[in-house]
Ligand binder design. Sequence first.
Ligand SMILES: Nc1nc2c(ncn2[C@@H]2O[C@H](COP(=O)(O)OP(=O)(O)OP(=O)(O)O)[C@@H](O)[C@H]2O)c(=O)[nH]1
Ligand SMILES: [Mg+2]
Length: 224
Amino acid sequence: MRRPFGTTATPGSGAPQRFSPSSPSYDLAGKVMLLGDSGVGKTCFLIHFKDGAFLSKTFIATVGIDFRNKVVTVDGMKVKLQIWDTAGQERFRSVTHAYYRDAQALLLLYDITNKSSFDNIRAWLTEIHEYAQKDVVIMLLGNKADVSRERVVRSEDGETLAREYGVPFMETSAKTGMNVELAFLAIARELKHRAGQQQANEPSFQIHDYVESQKKQPNCCPFV
Ligand SMILES: Nc1nc2c(ncn2[C@@H]2O[C@H](COP(=O)(O)OP(=O)(O)OP(=O)(O)O)[C@@H](O)[C@H]2O)c(=O)[nH]1
Ligand SMILES: [Mg+2]
């Protein structure tokens, strides 16, 4: 049984949890949720991160909610991300709302080839503010950046919306893997930073700056 240490939060409080260094598998754990309209690529995004694979073109909409664990190493610290893949379809919303409360991070996806998925981001953010923790880490992701010919949402529009809400933004591809790992690593770094904030030697970390310095742009993304 793993033993919490330090100023460990009570379960469900929303704070990342540290574990004893004697724990063999990880030092810190956090819950991340993937949100966004149906078809934006949440399941593919998770599968690419977990297994490095891209599912075929056949779209099988997620029913309800499911999760996968993955441990990433940040500056020598093992961070276990428990990643919840939600169903984007409206009829499952009431199920997923119940899971927002103890999430430390939310990856909010839209599809750059689907305008309504972008237009719905404001509604998603309203929902997030209603159901999630006040200090939840949010990142906006414009997915399917590999299909530049079908692009209908400009990268600048994603940037502008993200700036308005004060959240980091990048375009991603669950197909090529562009920025997929970075999104989760940025979350893991932020969780590590938050968990270590009481310690004097914890270096400062700004998730916005980290994302801006690391993110890759699509090879070609003119909007005409
Ligand atoms: N070209 C391209 N296709 C993608 C990408 N991500 C997902 N897809 C395709 O988009 C479709 C939907 O992907 P899913 O990951 O199932 O979408 P979802 O957001 O999980 O949908 P729900 O489970 O209904 O909420 C599938 O046909 C995928 O193959 C991507 O980055 N690029
Ligand atoms: Mg899905």
